[in-house]
Design a protein around this ligand. Structure first.
Ligand code: NAP
Length: 501
């Protein structure tokens, strides 16, 4: 009896219909799944694949965004394009169409995609999850293969499965999925001697080698499920699979055709993965973890009050692990004690050097399990021991964007700003490097100065801006998406030049 044909085109339609229904339900909740596709160069086959994926998005109602880059794009530019998609909340899935030009490190590019957006399942995190049997985002072709096998309704448990090909995109992940369903799996490749000895024992045979009509009738066990993944174009531009379909279908139990088998399922599974990624990023959003902040300050502690208010109102998912202050300012300690926060008085004069003082401070902050050290109005230059203990995690909050006021924080900076008659001031949150005032900027916000503005109202406005930035920075930090922008950023220059007008 000839084999039953496993119709990938029909199954893909059913799958896409299911995705479409779910997308519609999400739309009603105001959620619009999105896929970002990056295409480098003019490879005609890649062009066709990306167009097919875009068409499938349209069919199921997924928003698609195509990023086209020239063949000679640099690795850095491509990394930046991926970073933009990573940061775009409208994009839930990212695919970078392979192959990439030879001058680009494909592995590096794949690892730069956020794992939760990696709908091709090629990020090391997703591969490790699959290996551990805790599937996150699984590569699309293997997933499509499993859907096709499930159509046969034959349980895989105890079956002998043979996978020809060991690529990261098809062979290996397919073997993992078959193993998860309790098949006994052999993976064969170009160095496997006597391939036929394996294929003839296979209850399930997956051919993914890219050698047209390589699997002949005599290599197939009668009644086997044969899945043909291979795609090769003949000189007449005809698509050919790895299996001699016409002859093998006479002995196999089930067989996929080429075209119309695995190919359409790959695209449908990309839709399924994008939907899954979107649901994970929107519906299942985990609460961000609580960040322990250390506060070091020597001002009157008004920002510290704002920080405490933020934590108390739960707009900040953080806790204060330790407050350190020197004797110049007892206010900050007073406030800490009022709120029963762990606080320590540390007098720099009691130490032989600034380094020794910072070493002690770092030790106390570490003991309090502090993750971020926030300097509040701290004009003192921080030394290496503290920066080494908290690399990129010593943050300083500046009450003014005006370069003219650098180093004048002992005076009332808001009064100075008003005296200067400027229209704009603001706040900057930056990572401290060797110099408190010159680290990379994390966030900044401008504050408009009204006619007849009073010091008090300006102070409140600047503090509100600081609070907003702090909440955002801590939230983004806990989600791993906080990226410092460069010191010489156009935003910074624009704000500063406006401020000085
Ligand atoms: P690949 O990275 O080139 O891997 C091919 C694998 O086949 C390698 O592991 C190779 O062994 C093995 N191989 C080559 N010649 C062999 C032989 N004579 N005997 C045994 N093993 C042999 O290719 P891939 O990306 O996995 O893709 C495989 C095929 O599937 C291609 O035709 C591709 O176009 C097609 N494909 C189709 C879809 C779809 O949606 N339908 C998706 C992806 C790929 P070594 O490791 O020892 O070199």
């Amino acid at each position: 009896m000839p084999a039953r044909i496993l119709d990938g085109t029909a199954l893909a339609l059913t799958l896409k219909e299911r995705v479409k229904q779910e997308v519609r339900a999400l739309n009603e909740k105001g959620i619009f799944p999105g896929l970002g596709a990056v295409l480098v160069g003019e490879n005609p086959a890649s062009n066709v694949y990306v167009s097919r994926k875009e068409a499938a998005c349209k069919e199921v109602g997924i928003q698609s965004k195509k990023v086209l880059l020239p063949e000679n794009v640099s690795e850095q530019e491509l990394l930046e394009a991926v970073a933009k998609l990573n940061a775009d909340p409208r994009v839930h899935g990212i695919l970078v169409q392979l192959p990439l030009p030879a001058h680009i490190n494909g592995h590096k590019i794949m690892q730069s995609i956020l794992p939760e957006k990696d709908v091709d399942g090629l990020h090391a995190y997703n591969q490790a999850q699959l290996y551990a049997g805790k599937n996150a985002l699984v590569p699309c072709t293997p997933q499509g293969i499993l859907h096709l096998i499930h159509e046969t309704k034959i349980p895989l448990q105890g079956k002998h499965a043979v996978v020809l090909g060991r690529s990261l995109i098809v062979g290996k992940p397919t073997a993992m999925l078959l193993l998860q369903e309790n098949a006994t799996v052999a993976i064969c490749h170009s160095k496997t001697p006597d391939l036929r000895a394996y294929t003839c024992q296979a209850d399930v045979l997956i051919a993914a080698i890219g050698k047209p009509r390589f699997i002949t009738r005599d290599m197939v066990k009668p009644g086997a499920i044969v899945i043909d993944v291979g795609i090769t174009r003949s000189p007449e531009n005809k698509l050919m699979g790895d299996v001699d379909f016409e002859r093998v279908k006479e002995v196999a139990g089930f067989i996929t055709p080429v075209p119309g088998g695995v190919g359409p399922m790959t695209v449908a599974c990309l839709m399924e993965n994008t939907l899954l990624a979107c649901k994970n990023q929107t519906l299942l959003q985990k609460p961000s973890r609580k960040i322990v902040i250390g506060v070091a300050g020597s001002t009157k502690g008004t920002d510290m009050q704002a920080l405490i208010d933020g934590i108390e109102s739960k707009s900040l998912n953080a806790q204060i692990g330790l407050v350190c202050s020197d004797k110049q300012d007892a206010y900050i300690l007073e406030r800490a004690r009022k709120h029963a926060l762990p606080a320590e008085f540390l007098n720099p004069k009691a130490f032989s050097s600034r380094e020794a003082f910072d070493m002690e401070m770092a030790q106390r902050l570490r003991a309090a399990r502090v993750e971020i050290v926030l300097l509040i109005g701290y004009k003192r230059i921080v030394s290496k021991p503290l920066l080494d203990a908290f690399p990129n995690r010593v943050w300083n909050i500046h009450p003014s964007l005006l370069p003219a006021f650098n180093g004048k924080f002992d005076a009332d900076v808001h009064q100075e700003v008003l005296n200067a008659g400027v229209k704009l001031t603001g706040a900057t949150l930056h990572i401290v490097t060797e110099d408190v005032d010159k680290g990379p900027i994390l966030l900044q916000q401008a504050v408009q100065i009204e006619e007849n503005e009073s010091v008090d109202s300006l102070k409140q406005k600047v503090q509100a801006a600081e609070m907003e930035m702090l909440v955002r920075a801590i939230r983004e930090y806990s989600q791993g998406t906080l990226a410092p922008f460069k010191q010489e950023s156009p935003a910074m220059e624009r704000i500063q030049s406006e401020a000085l007008q």
